[in-house]
Ligand binder design. Structure first.
Ligand code: PHE
Ligand code: ZN
Length: 860
């Protein structure tokens, strides 16, 4: 392990920084292997920390050339330098304000971790969140130190960008000024041979804003959807949250090598090119939707994240949960709200529930960490957003609006905490949120069990909540749970419209009086709280709700549980594919009054990982091979029964005319491809083959290709795909991912190994690495092969990547987070693979923390 004893950082140890910064001035003299960074920082004592203090500045992998205070060079004896930073003892500091000046040298080309200043395809770019700025210069690299920045870039590159407004430029230089105080993690710089898609936006108070999307030359024709999404986001934030943009220019840059999705640097967002570039021929409907959502997300950060930032990294969900919540609202408004909600719950369950029920469980606001980069998780982001959704249910739309207005008013320009956030809700609505706060501080997904009673016109629902212990948290006191409930009568009419029940006790009953007949309840409508609902329901009642529920989420959920139950019984008891499920799907798929996108979601069977989790929850050791076989058997039975319906849909859902990535067209394509994937199991692959050949957009082309891969007849199509798109990195990522993800499980490690040897497997590119390795880990039965072949292969690649890029390696290591749920044979093999990675000399702190937490899950 490289960093001898990785140090744990605790929330309770928070102390304000002893100095404030009045102004930062930076000059960059860019050279690929030896960039010089000159800094001039005006410090003043922080009244929140009276007394005299040493000056500690973070700094990593910097070559210090010179340092001075108030113009006087500091002797070496006045500086104490370690691997993490530099200290000037209080005795060497003037009392009162002083100016720190330093020059350092850094090596962008040698920076393979993609954190700090690095090069991607000849472009200089930066990534500073969370703690990358300390790899650029000595600085208090913490989010509660906010300052205005002036930046001068000296380089022969034609395009030189930084945060804020342009101040001037000439041959070989440019200057930028950002008047809005910001923490260092929002700093950005880009220099490269780039071209721009320009546009304009006038804010509602009349500010003229110049918009640009900067890309490499050949990519300009694939930026239009991103630009359109940006303008719609700007309008939406004005209309819905009253938030206007606050600079004269907003720049977005797309780069190919990026550890994450995108970054909200003030006025200069930097994106993974996969979340900017799209054309009908190269991007799927889902890609377009993600681009729209992420462009919005980063733009929304300008207020929730930048103008109001986080006091410390424990508060990360303050900006991320809220910004995810806002981008979800935006997408619901742009597209279909019920479809968006179902899609969000699907990801929440697939990623966050999996995390929350395993060894990596942590609260949305953790209270300790070793490496903050390991906490950009589904819990911080997606559960962070769910918690806000619950708050909104509790205080109502109007209360939410008032609380947000107060939040912007009270905390603009500040670095805030979850306590500040909850306080604005308390002050705006008069509610006491003490108990609600547990959602932020406690890990684990509550299980909500339900029982019911009917007596003489009175219907009683009794709920009991329980949360299993999570690492470091044994006690789980009751939480406030908003449970949205509706009641239907046996004819299928709604007799009680959606009502929020507020559960605050461990066990609690709610009574509904004066009813003529015993009702059928629809519980947890819209998924009003991130809990697991445990209710013994007959298949007949589920089929009834699938047919009659007026709440679209619960209608879908009824079909989902029907399918999950049927599959579990097939897996555990070898039952025949459920007739009830198939009839219900038939009625739903053929109902043209329903949104095609919704029907496509209903036809999607629970994933293998989802089934494995529910089997493990019920005390079984899931058998991946059996899960796979039963999924196939059920899909085939559905295909056989619904063949006429699928044939009709395959014809009727064909989209004619010009391609548009909107909700209507993409819904039709999704339903058509869902029908195809069933038909493909019984038609010998004829339709997929023809469809691949005639495809005019990537959604259809990829859908057909996947069918061919599943059939084992994709050779010609894969060669054709490569001929067409070999030069397009993003499209080739799909080529790599699909082959492994959809390979028959027995072949998956072999396919992965063959592709890893392909000359186009540029494993240092995070997107390419994620395409191949992510495809393998998502091939459930393939990854969890009993031989352990995939575990070994995967571990070998983690070891290899860790030496270059710890952040991406640590994230990818979560493929192993469920290792403890399988049988002893698989567990032993997974454990050996994890231990092999952990034993690697020099393994990063990032990967060490993740793998050690995973191993702690189980002794044997
Ligand atoms: N803050 C970014 C976002 O959510 C994510 C990110 C984190 C990007 C860390 C890079 C590094 O929008
Ligand atoms: Zn974000």
């Amino acid at each position: 392990m490289s960093d001898a004893t990785p140090e744990t950082i605790y929330l309770k140890d928070y102390q304000p920084f002893p100095f404030q910064i009045a102004q930062v001035e930076l000059t960059f003299r860019l050279k690929p292997r030896a960039t010089r960074v000159l800094s001039r920082i005006a410090f003043t004592p922080n009244p929140a920390r009276p007394g005299r203090h040493d000056l500690f500045l973070h700094g990593e992998k910097l070559k210090l050339i010179s340092a001075a205070i108030d113009g006087k060079p500091l002797p070496d004896s006045a500086l104490a330098i370690t691997a993490g930073g530099l200290t000037v003892a209080a005795a060497h500091l003037p009392q009162g304000p002083f100016t720190w000046e330093a020059e350092v040298e850094i090596d962008p080309e040698g920076n393979t971790a993609l954190e700090g200043l690095y090069m991607s395809g000849g472009i200089y770019c930066t990534q500073c969140e969370a703690e990358g700025f300390r790899k650029i210069t000595y600085y208090p690299d913490r989010p509660d130190v906010m300052a205005p920045f002036r930046v001068r870039i000296e380089s022969e590159m034609p395009v030189l960008l930084s945060n804020g407004n342009p101040e001037g430029r000439g041959k070989g230089w440019a200057e930028w000024d950002d008047p809005w105080p910001k923490p260092a993690y929002l700093f950005a710089l880009v220099a490269g041979d780039l071209v721009n898609l320009p546009d304009r936006f006038t804010t509602r108070s009349g500010r003229e804003v110049e918009l640009n999307i900067w890309v490499r030359k050949g990519d300009l024709d694939r930026c239009h959807y991103a630009m359109d999404s940006l303008k719609r986001s700007m309008t939406w934030d004005e209309e819905v949250y009253g938030r206007e943009y606050d600079l004269d220019i907003f720049n977005i840059v797309a780069v190919d090598d990026f550890n994450m999705g995108a970054m909200e640097n003030k006025g200069l967002n930097i994106f993974n090119s996969k979340l900017v570039l799209a054309s009908p021929e190269t991007a799927t409907d889902l890609d377009f939707e993600r681009i729209e959502g992420v462009i919005a997300h980063e733009y929304f950060h300008n207020w929730t994240g930048n103008r109001i930032t986080c006091r410390d990294w424990f508060q990360l969900c303050l900006k991320e949960g809220l910004t995810v919540f806002r981008d979800q609202e935006f997408t619901s408004d742009m597209r279909s709200a019920p479809v968006k909600r179902i899609a969000d719950v699907l990801t929440l369950r697939a990623r966050q529930f999996r995390e929350d029920m395993g060894p990596l469980a942590h609260p949305p606001r953790p209270d300790h960490f070793v490496e903050i980069n390991n906490f950009y998780t589904a819990t911080v982001y997606e559960k962070g957003a769910e918690v806000i959704g619950m708050l909104k249910h509790l205080v109502g739309d109007d209360g939410y609006r008032r609380a947000l207005a107060l939040y912007f008013d009270r905390h603009d320009g500040e670095a805030a905490t979850i306590e500040d956030w909850l306080k604005v809700f308390e002050d705006a609505t008069g509610r006491d949120l003490t108990q609600f706060k547990r959602w932020y501080t406690d890990a684990g997904t509550p299980r909500l069990s339900v029982s019911e009673a009917w007596n003489d016109g009175t219907y009683t629902l009794t709920f009991a909540q329980a949360t299993a212990p999570t690492p470091g948290q044994a006690e789980k006191p009751a939480r406030v749970i908003p449970i949205a409930v509706g009641l239907l009568n046996p004819n299928g009419d709604e007799i009680l419209p959606t009502t929020i029940l507020e559960m605050t006790e461990g066990t609690q009953s709610f009574r509904f009086e004066g009813l003529a007949t015993r009702p059928i309840p629809s519980i947890l409508r819209g998924f009003s709280a991130p809990v697991v609902l445990d209710r013994k329901v007959t298949q007949a009642e589920r089929a009834f709700l699938l047919a009659h529920d007026t709440d679209p989420f619960n209608k879908w959920e009824a079909g989902r549980s029907l399918a999950r139950d049927a599959l579990s019984r097939m897996i555990l008891e070898g039952e025949d594919p459920s007739g009830q499920l198939i009839s219900a799907l038939e009625a739903m798929a053929g109902d043209d009054s329903l949104d095609p996108a919704f029907r496509a979601l209903c036809l999607h069977l629970p994933s293998a990982d989802d089934l494995a989790q529910s089997l493990a929850d019920a005390g079984h050791e899931p058998d991946p091979d059996r899960i796979h076989a039963e999924q196939k058997r059920l899909a085939k039975a559905i295909a056989a029964r619904l063949e006429p319906t699928f044939e009709r849909l395959f014809g009727a859902m064909e989209v004619h005319g010009a391609y548009a990535p909107d909700a209507a067209q993409s819904g039709a394509r999704a339903l058509r491809l869902a029908a195809l994937s069933y038909l493909n199991r019984i038609d010998g692959g004829a339709r997929a083959k023809a469809l691949y050949a005639s495809a005019t957009n990537m959604t259809v082309r990829q859908g057909a290709l996947i069918c061919l891969i599943e059939n084992g007849t994709a050779e010609a199509a894969l060669a054709d795909f490569r001929d067409r798109f070999g030069a397009n990195r993003l499209v080739m990522d799909k080529w790599f991912a699909s082959q492994v993800l959809h390979a028959p499980p027995a072949d998956a490690p072999g396919v992965a190994a063959r592709l890893a040897a392909d000359p186009d497997f540029d494993w240092k590119n995070p997107n390419r690495f994620r395409a191949l390795m992510g495809g393998l880990s998502a091939n459930h039965a393939g990854f969890h092969q009993s031989s352990g072949a995939a575990y070994d292969f995967y571990a070998g690649w983690l070891i290899r990547l860790d030496a270059l890029n710890p952040q991406t390696t640590a994230r990818m290591s979560t493929a192993f987070e469920t290792w403890a749920r399988y049988d002893a044979g698989r567990r032993a093999k997974a454990r050996a693979a994890i231990e092999r990675v952990l034993a690697t000399p020099g393994l990063s702190r990032d990967s060490t923390e993740m793998l050690a937490r995973m191993l702690a899950a189980r002794q044997t």
